[in-house]
Write a new protein. Sequence first.
Length: 119
Amino acid sequence: MPLGGGLVLVGSTVAGADGASGEDAGIATAMNNASMQIGSAIGLAALVSLGASHAAVLEDAGLDPMTADARGYALSFAIAAGVTGAGALLGFFGITRRIPARPDEPDVRAVREPVELER
């Protein structure tokens, strides 16, 4: 978890605030952080719910409670691993290089001219 979080946090923060102007960078970063927190909570709740319901079905089928719980959580871990693998493949193959609109113009963001203040 710490290794994956460290690898994802910086890239997702940069991607979330990439197109925002200077005035909107704070709200873009806040929305990125909020979506990561809420997404993690919803994902964990869904995995625990799936594992517990699978364990309940196995227990109703006659399996002892410890084995049913272990198999339920094994299902949750397998689903989490599958989603993580799919996300890794999507990230790996979905990364593309930005190409400027016109080849003769560099891909540069507009910069404001410095304003001299009167003293």
